[in-house]
Design a protein around this ligand. Structure first.
Ligand code: PMP
Length: 446
């Protein structure tokens, strides 16, 4: 029985992202009505603590009035200006300037997208163009990590190393390859040095097997988000940067989740003092208040492409949308001058400590994280570190239990709980997240 007309309409007319198209619950979706801070309220008045910032994006929390005012002012003054024909708006220029100032090293050239998938897609287009411009068009192969997520565009979905994004589609796998994800939890030798060395070796072996002069780039997330919040050892990103230099391939860092304070630095590359050749970002860039992403190019890549003197035929109507840019500028001001980045840094140790205490629970195998990005990995057998099977239904059971207890968190297929609360989180809210996870685990019927 459908319980309300909105739910019925949803089932009739709305196609949801990454969802089963048939056999959904007749009750309709969970429909949210309003939100404030980290709290969301559904249309029936039930409140939830959002420990996932929407979809790892609402970093400044809900209800930031100055962001709303910035959007309104821009809409009233100039709601749209294209970037085609050498047209521009002040907001888009200022936002590009700000992003270039914040990103490491000579990542100076900002190409705006609407989100992460098209930022990655833009990166793939520019990589292709760059190598062709450099007289090496045979460099077509792209490497990334198993369980990596780089969006779901028709080419980017292949760079993503998660089976559900490939199943049923023809992804262009002829040029897309994955090397193992460097997690320590189940490694025979979990030391940082061993995990890093194995990953570097895997990259080199695969590049040499393909032919080093046929490989274009390696894509990495500084922390693998959608793959289950897999945190690589400190030093991994730097080692991969050096390996890419040695191999002569481009190093792309996808900071769509890790950017804008999520890991305790403005960008996760800063933890290791490294710089990508190309960087992608979205989500926290506008904190979800308006859609915006970017593909940022280093001087080397930008100049390599510019040197052709030709038209680079890649563009979107809404690239550099002035309203999104105005929102982005205000959101960044809140991170910096509104103390939100400082709060993320201050709260991270207590966040990790509260979650780490859950490791005493019989169902919790490992708690890991960086900054305010974390995972609580649930296991079927704690001693053997056996994961729940993807078809065990654990993910849905746990997700329902968390919602029942008023907590929104991501539940990956194996039951791992992903957490990415707004960076404005308070000490009380940290305790409440841990408490509600524990209650949910205790009430879970397996
Ligand atoms: N890259 C990474 C690392 C992501 O986490 C995501 C989204 N979760 C994307 C790309 C795609 O971003 P979007 O959903 O905005 O298209």
């Amino acid at each position: 029985m459908l319980t309300n007309s909105l739910g019925r309409s949803d089932r009739l007319n709305r196609v949801h992202p990454v969802s089963q198209w048939a056999g959904k619950s007749e009750a309709g979706p969970l429909i949210f009505d309003r939100a404030e801070g980290l709290w969301m309220t559904d249309i029936h008045g039930k409140t939830y603590l959002d420990a996932f910032a929407g979809l790892w994006c609402v970093n400044v929390g809900y209800g930031q009035k100055s962001v709303v005012a910035a959007a309104q002012a821009q809409m009233e003054k100039l709601p749209y200006a294209t970037g085609y024909f050498d047209f521009a708006s002040e907001a888009a220029i200022r936002m590009a300037e700000k992003v270039a100032e914040l990103t490491p090293g000579d990542l100076n050239h900002v190409y705006f997208s609407l989100g992460g998938s098209d930022a990655v897609d833009s990166a793939l287009r520019f990589i292709d163009y760059y190598w062709t411009a450099r007289g090496q068009p045979e460099r077509k192969h792209i490497l990334s990590l198993e369980k990596g997520y780089h969006g779901s565009s028709s080419t980017g979905a292949g760079v993503t190393g998660l089976a559900p994004f490939h199943a049923g589609f023809s992804v262009p796998t002829a040029h897309q390859h994955h090397i193992p994800a460097p997690g320590a939890y189940r490694s025979e030798d979990p030391s940082d040095a061993a995990v890093i060395a194995a990953s570097v070796q895997a990259l080199k072996d695969r590049v040499h097997a393909l032919g080093a002069d046929r490989v274009a780039a390696f894509f990495a997330e500084p922390v693998q988000g959608s793959g289950g919040v897999i945190v690589q050892p400190h030093g991994w990103l730097k080692a991969m940067r050096e390996a890419c230099d040695e191999l002569g391939i481009l190093f792309v860092v996808d900071e769509v989740i890790t950017g804008f304070g999520r890991t305790g630095k403005m960008f996760a590359q800063e933890h290791e003092g490294v710089q990508a050749d190309i960087m992608t970002m979205a989500k926290g860039m506008t904190s979800g208040y308006a859609p915006m992403g970017a593909c940022v190019l280093s001087d080397k890549v930008f100049e390599g492409i510019a040197a052709t003197g030709g038209t680079v035929g890649h563009g979107y109507t809404y690239s550099g949308h002035p309203v999104s840019a105005a929102v982005g500028l205000e959101v960044i001001r809140l991170y910096q001058e509104g103390g939100i980045l400082a709060n993320a840094q201050a709260r991270a140790p207590a966040f990790m400590a509260a979650l780490k205490r859950l490791e005493a629970h019989p169902l919790v195998g490992e708690v890991r994280g960086l900054g305010l990005l974390a995972a609580v990995e649930i296991v079927a057998d704690k001693r053997r570190k056996t994961p729940f099977a993807a078809d065990s239904g654990i993910s849905q059971k746990l997700f329902s239990a968390l919602l029942e207890n008023g907590l929104i968190a991501r539940c990956f297929n194996d039951g791992t709980i992903g957490l990415a609360p707004a960076l404005t989180i308070s000490p009380d809210q940290i305790d409440l997240i841990a408490e509600r996870i524990e209650t949910s685990l205790n009430t879970l019927s397996l």
